[in-house]
Design a binder for this molecule. Structure first.
Ligand SMILES: NC(=O)c1ccc[n+]([C@@H]2O[C@H](COP(=O)([O-])OP(=O)(O)OC[C@H]3O[C@@H](n4cnc5c(N)ncnc54)[C@H](OP(=O)(O)O)[C@@H]3O)[C@@H](O)[C@H]2O)c1
Length: 360
């Protein structure tokens, strides 16, 4: 389908109040789009004020708020009316056990189904961008393996007892990965059959970068763990493997580039991960980066016993290795540096009062 331009009509974003969704909205407003930002709670200022503030900025586009619930059929018929593109960033997440594994799985599948049905009804959409995840790419491989868009989480699972629908109720990580794979296939097939729009998926890994609202600090998210380190607490996540980091602004910008791309075709996907090795860091390197960026703070690191192990035996598993070469080459995405990403994450968390920094 032909690419989309701001002058063609409005575009819609689901999950627009969320961390990723908000940055998709920003990227679109910067390009001059009228954005139908779909949120669950129009009366919650933490979910809307940072979006409405864009209407007072110098950016050429505008934001219009709509309410939408992924779990209600037809909920997006009105917000999608006249839209040329839909960017589907919303899904029930498991942060802080907000949803159980079954709700994560069913919410992703049913939410995406409902959104696709609304797209079909409005008849004006030419591009549909689905926010999938690296979880739809990653599968067990030896450390050092370089993942690309050709990889699927379903690869090499023939003899894997942990990859089975029987575990959806008990294994949140698996339920999430399986749902992301199925949603990508469902959306691609839906578009192929419909013939009026193309689906392109993005697969981000560990997303960090500026928070725009207090609600962007979801418990147990990557940014939440980084915040705990700035509070001087131990880094409890991913000390046994690499943090493969992508900037949330790059996740937003790449999606705006996708709706305008003459290259993207139905079924294509883009891995959004570290630009290169500079963004693939272990917990000690993360701590060292943060310490340099925030010299007045006593930054926490891996728990003591782990710290000693990493120092003695060297880095943890060299995985996951994955670079966003395809997005950079095909879309012309210009990525932020790891220092900028880490600094903006920490600074905005402190400015928003989400972190009480462990001052020296
Ligand atoms: N952050 C990462 O590291 C990462 C990595 C890979 C992929 N992703 C993907 O990026 C997307 C956004 O995640 P995020 O990290 O930005 O999480 P988030 O801040 O929690 O955003 C999720 C969004 O989904 C919305 N949502 C949840 N249930 C809904 C429902 N029933 N109806 C309508 N909207 C609903 C939420 O709205 P309310 O807040 O109003 O409930 C929120 O705006 C997800 O698809 C996620 O899988 C994220």
């Amino acid at each position: 389908m032909p690419a989309v331009r701001a002058s063609d009509g409005p575009v819609a974003v689901t999950g627009a109040s969320g961390y990723v969704g908000s940055h998709v909205v920003v990227a679109l407003v910067k390009k001059g789009y009228t954005v139908h930002a779909c949120v669950t709670q129009l009366d919650n200022p933490d979910k809307t004020e940072h979006l409405l503030a864009l209407n007072k900025s110098d950016y050429p586009g505008i934001v219009k708020l709509f309410s939408g619930n992924l779990l209600q059929e037809g909920s997006y018929d009105t917000p999608f009316t006249d839209c040329t593109a839909v960017l589907h960033a919303g899904t029930p997440m498991g942060y802080g056990r907000a949803n159980n594994p079954r709700q994560i799985y069913d919410g992703a599948i049913n939410g995406t189904k409902n959104v696709l049905n609304s797209v079909k009804k409005v008849d004006t959409v030419r591009r549909f961008i689905y926010t999938s995840s690296f979880s739809a790419i990653h599968h067990p491989m030896k450390p050092g393996y370089v993942f690309t868009e050709k990889d699927w989480a379903t690869d090499n699972r023939e003899n894997d007892p942990n990859w089975t629908k029987d575990r959806i109720d008990v294994d949140g990580d698996m339920a999430y990965s399986m749902a992301k794979v199925e949603c990508e296939h469902m959306a691609n097939q839906f578009a192929e059959k419909d013939g009026r729009f193309d689906v392109i998926s993005v697969c981000p890994i560990a997303v960090l970068g500026p928070l725009l609202s207090r609600v962007h600090e979801r418990m147990y998210s990557w940014q939440w763990f980084l915040g705990r380190m700035l509070a001087g607490e131990p880094c409890e996540r991913q000390w046994n493997a690499l943090w493969n980091i992508v900037d949330v602004r790059d996740v937003g910008e790449s999606q705006a580039l996708m709706i305008e791309s003459d290259v993207c075709k139905n079924g294509w996907r883009y891995q959004l991960s570290a630009t290169d090795e500079s963004g693939e860091i272990d917990a000690l390197q993360l701590q060292a980066h943060l310490q340099k960026l925030f010299p007045h703070i006593n930054v926490g690191g891996p728990p003591d016993e782990i710290h000693k192990k990493i120092e003695k035996y060297g880095a943890v598993f060299q995985a996951p290795i994955a670079h966003c070469d395809k997005a950079r080459e095909e879309l012309g995405l210009k990525t932020h540096t790891i220092e900028d990403t880490l600094y903006e994450t920490g600074k905005t968390m402190i400015d928003l009062g989400l972190v009480n920094p462990a001052l020296k």
